[in-house]
Design a protein around this ligand. Structure first.
Ligand code: SF4
Length: 234
């Protein structure tokens, strides 16, 4: 057998034993370590190293104009909730209602998120809610990669300050960015990832549930997975 083929076989064998070990430990749930690329793209900026509260951080970045969304926003949408939350919800970007009010998840999607929280015995004030982008993309278009690259270090700093035990990633775009993958949402669901020291799971964005109620059931399954992990750990 050539050296390359042997090396390849060794890699496959190692991967197989790792997955078997994970299965024995955690059942069907696969724990996936964040790729180094994730740390690279989302590391908090060194200039904010001395900032140690969310209010101080908000005050320092609320006039950001690093990308063109800073010129078109009505309001900067930092995030809302318990600064010591164990659970953080992260979406992709503010929409029209959020832009108007300066608070994430306040429109119909926000009301649905409140119901999802109630279903797992949590209240809005128990958790922390924010987005990757802090300013609304015009006409609710998808965030551009460059915008997420520029803005996501702010999210990383928020995570560093809050130190959540769980991050629930809402929707494909936020999940693909945080996990640095092009996997479909279906492929990312029902797995547990490690992200900045928190367990991260992926589910549908509430706005997507408003468009397609058939996704409510899989969302409930994802929240049950969250609840199981939460009850085990807390
Ligand atoms: S989206 Fe983020 S990077 Fe762009 S202006 Fe707003 S806060 Fe700054």
């Amino acid at each position: 057998m050539s050296d390359i083929r042997k090396e390849f076989k060794d890699i496959l064998n190692n991967a197989e034993s790792y997955l078997m070990q994970q299965e024995q430990l955690f059942g069907g749930i696969i724990y996936k370590t964040s790729a180094s690329k994730i740390e690279k793209t989302s590391a908090p900026l060194a200039e904010f190293q001395s900032v140690n509260s969310l209010d101080e951080f908000n005050a320092q970045i609320s006039s950001c104009k690093k990308c063109s969304l800073g010129d078109t926003r009505k309001n900067f949408v930092f995030g809302v909730g318990n600064p010591n939350a164990k659970v953080m919800f992260v979406g992709e970007a503010p929409g029209a209602d959020e832009d108007a009010q300066g608070e994430p998840f306040v429109g119909r999607a926000g009301q649905l998120l409140n119901k999802i929280l109630e279903a797992v015995q949590l209240k809005r004030e128990d958790v922390y809610i924010c987005n990757i982008l802090k300013c609304r993309p015009p006409d609710n278009r998808d965030p551009m990669l460059k915008e997420m690259e520029l803005c996501s270090p702010y999210l990383s700093k928020q995570i560093e300050l809050i130190k959540p035990k769980f991050i629930i990633c809402l929707g494909r775009i936020a999940a693909q960015w945080l996990l640095q993958t092009s996997d479909s949402l279906t492929a990312m669901r029902q797995k547990v990832y490690n992200y900045q020291g928190a367990k991260l799971i992926v589910t549908y964005h509430p706005a997507a549930l408003l468009r397609n109620p058939n996704w409510k059931r899989p969302t409930w399954e994802d929240m049950q997975l969250f609840q199981k992990l939460y009850n085990e750990q807390m």
